[in-house]
Design a binder for this molecule. Structure first.
Ligand SMILES: *[C@@H]1O[C@H](CO)[C@@H](O)[C@H](O)[C@H]1NC(C)=O
Ligand SMILES: *[C@@H]1O[C@H](CO)[C@@H](O)[C@H](O)[C@H]1NC(C)=O
Ligand SMILES: *[C@@H]1O[C@H](CO)[C@@H](O)[C@H](O)[C@H]1NC(C)=O
Ligand SMILES: *[C@@H]1O[C@H](CO)[C@@H](O)[C@H](O)[C@H]1NC(C)=O
Ligand SMILES: *[C@@H]1O[C@H](CO)[C@@H](O)[C@H](O)[C@H]1NC(C)=O
Length: 546
């Protein structure tokens, strides 16, 4: 093409498309905001789970001395095996009500420290393990405004501390690993021998350091489980107790699991694709040796790389990317529009009590569909360090709830470098800025949506003030995750297929879409459903997939 022809082509292109809205320029870092929700909820939000009634259950540990929140009605926990306080009249768990911004004390009986959990298909939180008298407990929290924890003694076959849970298509949970546990089991138990050896967990266990705890577990679209520990991963056929694939080591070989805590997400699953692919993104962590050095008072810079892999590929390879900020103990949260938020954590050191320095106050957004080299956007900083034991969770209104950090023994607030942090904040991504309200869908007719089946065509009605750009509308579903130790278990986002927009009148549209085709794509249970228009999500609605 000659130069004049080329320039003419560009002009023609601009003439033809100048009137089209561009969907890449909408939000910028300046639009995002932080909000302090609560100065002091009395306990440290070491573990966090959003429930289908828009309340968030949080807890720290019971053997930590008195918290800053009394149990109601003069109740006390009388626990002869507690190592800090045999009779404790304070709470170590709270239920936070998102829309009234209030909280109430819950009574957890046994030690839930460094435990794990998942929401069952009926919407109950089933949480497992912990320390000391809690190590083999299964605990159930039913969402209701007066409900409290119920405990099942010996609900686990073995003790589980720092394990990872995942909900399965058959409605059970799998619980993988934990300290000195190189095996997995299922809850509820339905066979006598319920523990299965997993040599991968001993192979990735570094003597004296571990680096394989809280493994990153994701349900692949073929029904197998992707399990990442330390610096590599396998694909486990848990039905036949067989490793069906071994993935390469992440280039560089540095560890990414606790205590070299990075984080990971299963990137949004696009159900519009003819062949559905699954990709995993692992970000941050601490270079090999960081934990031992931190114990000796040397705080090594955290990793600044992410590694991305298509786990459904016949010949999968990690591809490396560089983050604008190095981060250990970050949380990775899938936002309703399919972007990934990296939030919380430290710039140096390791996971563990008092073992990190240089809080990373600025979150970073990762845009998975952008070109390599333009995927990261640094966001506005908070003022509150969120180090070891901090958490984050997506809320139905699109905000991200943030809490926890560095609790000190006896909830020490003075004489320590990072005092115990009992506050809650909300991070509002740029898409919540009021200047996007004209683009924002509002879901109006949703009653029929409370229960949806698999592989069904369903219609949701929305109001959008501005003219709708048809091919920039999508419907997403997000499974609420159990967050602790920089990993959100069961976090899953689906971009639903066959979305078709029909105008019903000014500003009102029907959006038809197809629900997920199987439990391998989306295990049964409660999801938040969002309609996204030009990257701006609606508020979510709760749907039950059955
Ligand atoms: C919580 O802390 C406040 C001051 O920060 C104190 O007045 C209150 O007594 C504490 N409550 C409990 C139950 O420890
Ligand atoms: C706690 O339990 C022990 C043993 O059951 C009992 O002797 C003691 O009186 C109880 N203490 C309180 C404060 O309830
Ligand atoms: C991204 O670019 C870097 C160099 O800038 C390269 O090392 C890396 O392999 C690229 N990753 C992808 C996803 O192409
Ligand atoms: C808090 O930590 C400081 C410094 O180590 C110590 O002097 C103080 O006694 C601790 N307070 C409590 C309540 O443990
Ligand atoms: C759903 O709609 C799509 C496209 O409009 C169509 O191909 C498919 O057969 C429909 N599925 C069902 C279950 O009706």
């Amino acid at each position: 093409m000659s130069a004049p022809t080329f320039i003419f082509s560009i002009l023609l292109f601009q003439l033809l498309f100048a009137s089209q809205p561009c969907h890449l320029i909408l939000t910028s870092a300046a639009d995002d905001q932080w909000q302090l929700l609560q100065k002091n909820i009395g306990v440290s939000a070491m573990h966090m789970q959003l429930l289908r009634n828009d309340r968030v259950v949080m807890f720290d540990r019971t053997d930590f001395g008195p918290s800053n929140l009394s149990l109601p009605n003069g109740k006390c926990r009388n626990d002869s095996s507690d190592i800090a306080l045999k009779v404790d009249c304070t709470a170590h768990s709270v239920e936070y009500d998102v829309f009234t911004n209030t909280f109430r004390a819950l009574m957890v009986q046994t030690d839930v420290w460094c435990s794990s959990g998942a929401i069952m298909p009926d919407g109950n939180l089933v949480q497992t393990g912990g320390f000391n008298d809690g190590e083999r407990k299964v605990r159930v929290f039913r969402p209701c405004s007066t409900c409290d924890w119920q405990e099942i003694p010996n609900g686990l076959a073995v003790k589980r501390w720092y394990a990872t849970n995942h909900i399965l298509p058959d409605g059970r949970q799998i619980i993988v690993g934990g300290r000195k546990q190189f095996n997995y089991e299922f809850v509820p138990k339905n066979i006598a021998a319920n523990t299965f050896n997993l040599p991968f967990l001993s192979e990735t266990n570094e003597r004296g350091v571990e680096n394989n705890l809280y493994p990153f577990v994701f349900l692949n679209v073929d029904g197998n489980l992707f399990i990442f520990a330390n610096n590599r991963a396998i694909l486990l056929d848990y039905v036949n107790d067989k490793v069906v694939k071994t993935y390469p080591t992440i280039p560089g070989g540095d560890p990414r699991s606790y205590p070299s805590t990075g984080s990971a997400v299963l990137l949004p699953l696009n159900l519009k694709a003819a062949a559905i692919q699954a990709e995993v993104l692992v970000c941050g962590g601490a270079p090999k040796g960081s934990y031992i050095r931190a114990l000796r008072g040397r705080f090594i810079g955290a990793l600044n790389t992410c590694a991305r892999i298509t786990i459904t590929d016949p010949n999968p390879q990690w591809v490396m990317e560089t983050m604008p900020l190095a981060r250990v103990m970050g949380d990775m949260i899938l936002l309703p529009n399919g972007k990934v938020l990296l939030i919380n954590g430290a710039g140096s050191g390791s996971a563990g009590w008092k073992l990190s320095r240089n809080p990373v106050l600025s979150p970073v957004l990762y845009l998975p569909d952008n070109e390599n080299g333009s995927r990261f956007e640094t966001q506005n900083p908070t003022t509150i360090p969120r180090l070891y034991h901090s958490t984050a969770a997506l809320l139905r209104d699109g905000r991200v709830l943030v809490g926890g950090s560095n609790p000190n023994p006896l909830y020490n607030f003075t004489g320590v470098l990072f005092p115990t942090e009992l506050s809650l904040e909300a991070f509002s991504p740029g898409y919540l800025d009021v200047k996007f309200n004209n683009l924002r869908p509002t879901i109006v007719a949703s009653n029929s949506m409370s229960m949806i089946g698999y592989g069904k065509n369903v219609t949701v009605q929305v109001v959008i003030t501005d003219k709708v750009v048809q091919n920039l509308v999508s419907v997403t579903m997000v499974q609420p995750a159990f967050c602790t130790h920089s990993f959100s278990m069961n976090q899953r986002l689906l971009v639903l297929g066959n979305d078709k927009v029909t105008a019903l009148g000014k500003s009102t549209y029907n959006i038809e879409f197809t629900t997920p085709g199987s439990g391998n794509l989306a295990p049964a249970g409660f999801y938040l459903l969002f309609v996204v228009h030009q990257d701006i999500p609606s508020q979510g609605i709760w749907v039950k997939l059955k």
